[in-house]
Design a protein around this ligand. Structure first.
Ligand code: DLL
Length: 438
């Protein structure tokens, strides 16, 4: 059977490479001028290096513009990077971050409209339509997940259930009674819901779910398989960050071969996070985005620190919008264990391949003289055994598998069933005890 591909804005979504490049060049020149004139931070920065908006003529000239970092937003907390007075701002969102003050973003009326349009495209790309009932279990509030999905799903005419995150028992009741067909939440929360149903002996077939749109945190392909098997759905990856709008920067189409970035609104680049040098297609590095249409808080070459690879080939779905490979993690979350670099999602990918290892795990990094990596895992009930020798054999198997596939030595510890904290939002899987030591 031929695959089905839905589009919310066919005209824009099916623009070819040349058309997209033309749109980007035109919009880039305009946004650079706008930033220079409206944001004192950019005006000062351009003048410091003797750069003028007229120097940006082509898309290639983008490399002349300095990188904007999260620290720049922090230094201008809360509203210093806004390009318009607060009277033009109709909404504020913020991301909590792990330390310090939140990163604050403001939206004009047009920004909300653009974001809604992008979320409509994003939700429809995995073939969700007005026929669907969307159970939106992303948190509503300063976090962009809840309201971002809400507006986008309403725009395509789907029926939205604004349930927000948490209260898992109620989530399941509503899912059964309202016959939700789409679940939107973090991948870790979807697993929590699946586990809860299993523990309560709820038959998955009593649900009408067919698609899940999951993001806001890294999740490996082997976790995707676990979610798809547990909930009998198609699990789709969605990416975004508050600084660019929230969710709605990129999403997978049914091909699941990378996430399409809405290039008429963002120019993506990959850079070497250490040298800031721009890297080519197919090279792995940190994602950088320039917003092309934002009015409230436009950003030029914003460093996300998320590690990915770009691909500009046309996709089977007909879209030319560049695809970013599933994010493997943030550059600053990379673990360096005894000189070996490893991303938590790579550990997850390998762990989830081993029968008996559940999706509930934690990575603990500590330091004695050298770094010590400990993986705490809960074993699935079928593999749990009273016999010490069985458990020893499983521990040995996991340690050998990690060593063989990631070249790292990790100590595996088993945690009691249910003892590792479940998450209704972004999961905290890595505990770095080195931070408290010198
Ligand atoms: O997490 C926006 C969002 C909401 C995206 C709902 C998708 C779904 P922030 O709270 O600002 O915004 O966090 C942004 O989360 O820089 C990545 O490090 C991470 N992230 C977001 N989506 C993904 C993903 C929202 N699909 C930060 N895969 C980003 C991996 C992701 N990491």
């Amino acid at each position: 059977m031929a695959k089905r591909y839905e589009y919310w804005n066919k005209e824009m979504e099916l623009k070819n490479r040349k058309e997209l490049d033309e749109i980007q060049t035109k919009r880039l020149r305009a946004i650079v001028k706008y930033c220079y004139e409206k944001v004192p931070f950019y005006n000062k920065r351009f003048k410091e290096i003797g750069l003028h908006p007229d120097d940006i003529k082509t898309k290639e000239d983008i490399v002349k513009i300095p990188i904007t970092k999260k620290q720049d937003l922090r230094d201008n907390y809360p509203f210093g990077m806004f390009a318009v007075p607060l009277t033009e701002i109709v909404r504020i969102h913020a991301s909590s971050g792990t330390t310090g003050k939140p990163t604050v973003v403001g939206y004009t009326k047009n920004d909300i409209e653009t974001w809604t349009e992008l979320m409509a495209r994003t939700i429809m790309a995995p073939n969700v339509t007005k026929e669907d009932i969307v159970q939106n279990a992303y948190g509503y509030g300063l976090f962009t997940g809840g309201l971002g999905f809400h507006y986008g799903a309403e725009r395509i005419g789907a029926t939205v259930i604004p349930i927000s995150g948490g209260n898992t028992e109620r989530q399941i009741l509503i899912m059964q009674d309202f016959k939700s067909t789409v679940l939107t939440c973090t991948p870790s929360y979807s697993l929590f819901i699946a586990e809860y149903m299993k523990n309560q002996d709820i038959d998955i077939e009593s649900l009408s779910l067919r698609v899940g749109i999951f993001g806001a945190e890294p999740w490996s392909d082997s976790l995707r398989k676990k979610i798809e098997d547990a909930l009998h759905i198609d699990a789709i990856d969605i990416y975004g960050l508050s600084e660019l709008c929230g969710p709605g920067v990129s999403v997978e189409c049914p091909e699941k071969a990378g996430l399409h970035i809405w290039e008429d609104h963002f120019i993506p680049e990959i850079i070497n996070p250490e040298t800031s040098e721009q890297l080519g297609e197919d090279e792995q590095g940190a994602l950088v985005f320039t917003t092309l249409t934002k009015e409230g808080i436009p950003l030029l070459r914003y460093l996300t620190n998320d590690i990915s690879i770009l691909n500009y080939e046309k996709c089977n779905c007909g879209r030319w919008h560049a695809r970013m490979k599933k994010v493997i993690g943030r550059a600053d979350d990379m673990l360096i264990v005894r000189g070996i670099n490893v991303f938590p999602s790579e550990v997850e990918y390998q762990l989830m391949k081993i029968p008996g290892v559940s999706e509930n795990y934690q990575i603990i990094v500590d330091r004695d003289i050298l770094d010590i990596l400990t993986i705490r895992v809960e074993v699935t009930p079928e593999y749990f055994s009273d016999k010490i020798s069985d458990m020893e054999a499983l521990k040995d198997k996991i340690e050998k598998h990690l060593k063989a596939n990631l070249q790292i030595h990790a100590n595996v510890e088993f945690a009691a069933p249910g003892s590792i904290e479940r998450s209704i939002g972004k999961a905290k899987r890595v505990i770095d005890l080195r931070k408290d030591k010198i």
